[in-house]
Design a protein around this ligand. Structure first.
Ligand SMILES: N[C@@H](CCC(=O)N[C@@H](CS)C(=O)NCC(=O)O)C(=O)O
Length: 220
């Protein structure tokens, strides 16, 4: 049995953040496929036994279980002594960019991509709003990467892995890195790290079964 188990699925950029870190650290890990598109995260069993928040990713390590990709990344950086901080100031910088990612980049990009590519809603006022917000955040990241090779400095950290979670599918949310050249350059630098694998290859569940219908989210 592998040392780490990651509840994940191929289309999840949030899960990819953790899967990428595990791979780059050379961890002994195995994916546990989450059948998100058939509603597994919404079942009472998943909420009771896996994650009360009803989300992937979840990392299991021995008798410890973690959710929230930022927490998982923090835990793995500490365990492996890789891609983390060397002092308190760096730790707070990593946290600052991870929080920015979760709130202002991933949340908008992931929802925009879900509506465009998976639920296939077409252009709506919602996608227009999300694109505006995502674009603003990509501009912030692009500007930062104009003065820093990686997001906090000259080496990759878990903050980079959080920010890049959804960015290896630019066509799925309709951006071109030609408009954000520093982001494109930085993604190439991440791709060059030993152990980098594209999310659709690294995690199970791609491609989606033909004929699967994905509804836009509704209140529940
Ligand atoms: N902030 C969370 C977000 C996790 C998240 O939204 N995961 C999605 C898959 S990418 C999910 O499981 N959503 C289930 C739902 O919202 O019903 C993290 O970084 O781990």
């Amino acid at each position: 049995m592998a040392e780490y188990t990651l509840y994940c699925f191929a289309q999840s950029g949030n899960a990819y953040k953790a899967a990428l870190m595990l791979n780059l650290c050379g961890a002994d890990w195995t994916p546990r496929f989450v059948d998100f598109f058939n509603g597994e995260t919404r079942t009472p069993e998943y909420r009771k036994n896996v994650n009360e928040m009803g989300e992937a990713p979840v990392l299991v390590h021995g008798d410890r279980k973690f959710s929230q990709s930022g927490v998982i990344l923090d835990y793995l950086a500490e365990r492996f002594g890789k891609f983390g901080w060397t002092n308190d100031e760096e730790r707070r910088e990593i946290l600052r960019w991870t929080l920015f990612d979760n709130h202002k980049l991933t949340s908008y990009v992931a929802t925009l991509r879900f509506l465009m590519t998976l639920a296939k809603t077409g252009e709506t006022p919602v996608t227009e709003f999300l694109r505006q917000r995502a674009t603003n955040s990509l501009k912030v990241v692009n500007a930062r990467l104009g003065t820093h090779r990686f997001i906090i400095g000259d080496r990759p950290t878990i903050a980079d892995f959080s920010l890049c979670g959804y960015l290896f599918w630019p066509d799925e949310f309709g951006v071109s890195w030609a408009d954000y050249p520093q982001v494109g350059r930085w993604l190439d630098d991440i791709k060059a790290l030993p152990g980098w694998v594209h999310p659709y290859t690294l995690m199970p569940g791609h491609p989606l079964p033909a004929g699967l219908t994905i509804a836009a989210p509704r209140p529940r």
